[in-house]
Write a protein that binds this ligand. Structure first.
Ligand code: ADP
Length: 487
């Protein structure tokens, strides 16, 4: 076995402490899987007011940590918790983190730069020298930047490599040039963007993570290729191109304990791949809950998603009327952009008895949709990895997806000639393409024996963290090699 590594995962959110999106799932479950492989993994995140101190067993280990900030210092306190089965350090400072929301403030740049600086100071105070600091998304992009500048000759970090994971390139952490002063990097200046003058005048924290980390990765192999192109590169593709020899893709895993139809407490009847007939009760219960006509034979398409353009709602709304002409029922659970709320409120009224629309966030209902739908729709415009399709397969709902990013890596089109495939895919970002894919799925659904095979195939597939965690270990070693090669 590889030697056990000391790894610090730094993230703005992590289950069970604070969750806004998929980043929290990864930051919560990857460390657990790495620990099972024998590594000393610890987690660092801010101590937001939403973190439930009593429930998560927080204890203060550093009361007054002095953190460089601009021309002065800011105090931080550090709390420790073992709640997620992984030692976690939570950085406290009321000015920055005692707020209603996790993100969305004008001083977000300052807030996360402060958090990162406090993390490095904390490591020194604790005398814990990680082999690898694993940074995630723009909130942590300043750390690789510091290790290659102000901490370049710091003996404490002499053997510490950085890995920077891009979970979604669309969110880049772009701030005014004054942030450099706050970060203690004013002497190093702004970084010119090769083609975009706008970005040359700003501090792009995501770009800094990409430029300075020893190794970079995204959350699926396909997305790692896509972001090198203008279509998916979100204006950072020329910067990524410079570092493409250090860019890798590792598919996110799914927490198979949290997502398990055999033990799920929120669904009508538990089942597994050997008792698929029990799924019928879940479908009927879901139709009842959604106010749809009961019937196990009608094709029930489910969708659970943030209501954002990224998720393909433009082509879906264009295709809606024609979709509703097909012999199927449709259930959507989602919240997000106001314009989509309006559109789907209309759909609900127009297609009562055929389409059920839930405009809210509801974790338990989500589980019942995964368990009760026949097919699961994800027509994303882009998708770094996507968890929905993996959860759907785990629950026996057959995915219908646009073949991009992690969706392309996990869902293969069913081919009636060879019998291969585990779902239905389409490539064009158009209403015709989405319609054609749903129609193919509907046609295949009429052949119960084939549909049964597709359901079982999804349920028996292994999308757990085991394989992916091992790939991260290899990536950490690669980062260490690059780091050692430089010194
Ligand atoms: P992203 O992280 O881009 O939103 P993913 O597919 O990676 O997309 O993960 C989305 C996760 O959030 C899934 O677990 C999905 O079930 C859940 N989810 C999304 N919207 C809702 C909602 N309205 N109610 C409950 N769960 C939701």
């Amino acid at each position: 076995m590889d030697r056990p590594l000391k790894i610090l995962v730094v993230s703005a959110e992590a289950v069970p402490f604070a969750k806004v999106g998929g980043l929290a799932d990864v930051a919560g479950s990857l460390p657990k899987a790495l620990r099972q492989l024998g590594h000393d993994v610890r987690l660092a995140l801010p101590k937001y007011s939403q973190v439930n101190e009593a429930e998560l067993g927080l204890s203060e280990i550093l009361e007054l940590l002095s953190v460089p900030a601009g021309s002065g210092h800011e105090p931080a306190s550090v709390f420790e918790s073992a709640a997620g089965n992984v030692p976690a350090y939570l950085i406290g400072n009321d000015k920055y983190f005692d707020r209603e929301e996790v993100y969305g403030y004008d001083d977000d740049g300052e807030r996360f730069v402060f958090f990162c600086r406090a993390v490095l100071e904390m490591l020194k105070k604790l005398g814990w020298q990680p082999d690898v600091i694993h940074c995630n998304d723009w909130h942590t992009g300043i750390i690789p930047n510091w290790l290659k500048t102000i901490h370049k000759d710091d003996p404490f970090f002499a053997n510490t490599a950085t890995v920077f994971t891009i979970h979604n390139l669309a969110y880049q952490g772009i701030f005014g040039p004054e942030l450099l002063e706050f970060a203690g990097l004013a002497n190093y200046g702004l970084i010119p963007h090769p083609t975009d003058d706008d970005l040359s005048r700003l501090v792009v924290l995501m770009a800094r993570g990409i430029l300075f980390a020893d190794v970079i990765n995204t959350v699926s192999p396909k997305y790692a290729q896509e972001i090198l192109t203008p279509e998916y590169g979100e204006r950072l593709h020329p910067i990524l191109a410079r570092r493409c020899d250090r860019l890798f893709g590792i598919l996110n895993g799914l927490d198979y304990e949290l997502w398990n139809p055999a033990t799920d407490q929120d669904i009508a009847l538990n089942y597994n791949a050997d008792s698929l007939e029990r799924r019928r009760a879940n479908k009927l219960a879901l139709q009842q809950e959604a106010g749809l006509p009961l019937g196990s034979g009608v094709f029930l398409v489910g969708m659970i998603s943030r209501l954002a353009a990224q998720k393909g709602f433009d082509i879906l709304t264009e295709a809606m009327d024609q979709l509703m002409e097909l012999d199927l029922q449709f259930i959507l659970l989602g919240t997000g952009e106001e314009r989509y709320h309006k559109i789907f409120a209309n759909v609900a009224g127009k297609y009562q008895g055929q389409a059920a629309i839930f405009l809210k966030f509801d974790g338990a209902l989500a589980r019942r949709i995964y368990a009760g739908s026949d097919a699961f729709l994800m027509p994303s415009r882009f998708e770094p990895c996507g968890l929905g399709q993996m959860i759907a397969m785990r629950y026996g709902s057959v995915p219908i997806v646009r073949s991009v990013g992690g969706l392309a890596d996990t869902v293969k089109d069913y081919n009636p000639n060879t019998g291969q495939g585990n779902g239905f895919t389409f490539s064009d970002y158009s209403e015709e393409a989405i319609l054609a894919a749903v129609e193919r799925a509907l046609k295949t659904y009429q052949h119960k024996d084939i549909w049964q095979i597709l359901m079982e195939r999804g349920m028996r597939a292994d999308f757990s963290w085991r394989a992916s965690a091992q790939k991260y270990v290899e990536l950490y070693h690669r980062a260490l090699e690059f780091k050692q090669g430089e010194s």
